[in-house]
Design a protein around this ligand. Structure first.
Ligand SMILES: [Fe+2]
Length: 271
């Protein structure tokens, strides 16, 4: 979000990859272009740092070149439940070490714009992946406003997918867990950007936006502090999630509060 994300990922992603050795790195990039959408240059920047797949959401079409670029690449996803005929794809099969991780991007409908039913779309994707031989290794970025819709989706597909991780609110939730069927779940992973803000927007800008004609107020991203939020999910060979661990790097999540984390957490996983 804003430009703070750019500095945060340059600072933290290489160390995270070196220390955690993830098989796959996924980033939601829908606010990469100063809060509004993502360009081909941003995608190349993310890939150069080791990001394998970029998911998105309701801001995917905010930049003029995205509709053209998304048809030339398999690694930038738009929500799979956008209407038929939308450019690009909502599913990417990432192959590594003779294994495959299916990555699915979906968008919710509660307090969001009307789109196709994400539940139906997910069922069709599972049918197409032919899951009769067992659970696929499958990660879902469910981009939605309502916690209830994200949770309902996760429980509906618990045991059929490896992970359902929510995005869009820019606020990390404290409910990361493994559901009974073996699906890793977190209502919202949060944003990478400046948390001394209102969902990544400068406080003065957002307050003006609320008090005046919203159409006339430009929302200005906050870019002062850097915090990276993410989540590390560990899967068994069966595709069942074994562990889910939220990641928060940067000392600016709540700048006015004392840092009460233990020294290991405060230094971050890169140490
Ligand atoms: Fe969004």
């Amino acid at each position: 979000m804003g430009d703070a994300w750019c500095n945060a990922i340059r600072l933290y992603i290489p160390g995270l990859i070196k220390n955690l050795q993830p098989d796959v790195v996924i980033a939601n990039g829908e606010n990469a272009a100063n809060g509004r959408g993502i360009t081909a240059a941003h995608c190349r920047n993310l890939h150069s740092l080791g990001v394998d797949c970029i998911t998105s959401g309701n801001h995917i079409w905010d930049q003029d070149d995205t509709a053209g670029y998304i048809q030339q690449t398999r690694t930038l996803l738009r929500p799979a439940n956008y209407p038929a005929g939308a450019p690009g794809n909502g599913l990417y099969l990432h192959e590594f070490d003779a294994r495959t991780l299916a990555i699915v991007n979906l968008i919710g409908r509660r307090f969001m714009q009307p789109v196709d039913d994400p539940f139906d779309t997910m069922s069709r994707i599972l049918d197409a992946l032919n899951t009769t031989n067992g659970r696929p290794h499958l990660f879902v970025d469910f981009h939605a406003e309502a916690a209830s819709e994200k949770m309902a989706f996760a429980h509906r597909f618990d045991g059929s997918v490896s992970a359902v991780i929510g995005t869009h609110t820019h606020v990390p939730t404290a409910d990361a867990r493994i559901l009974p069927g073996g699906t890793a779940y977190m209502t919202d992973v949060g944003m990478t950007g400046d948390y001394d803000s209102i969902v990544g927007i400068r406080k003065d800008s957002y307050l003006q936006h609320l008090s005046a004609d919203p159409q006339k107020q430009k929302l200005i991203p906050a870019n002062r502090y850097m915090t990276l939020c993410g989540v590390l999910v560990t899967l068994a060979e069966t595709g069942r999630a074994e562990k889910i661990q939220p990641l928060r790097l940067g000392d600016s999540l709540i700048p006015s509060m004392p840092d009460t984390r233990n020294p290991v957490e405060a230094r971050g996983l890169t140490d």
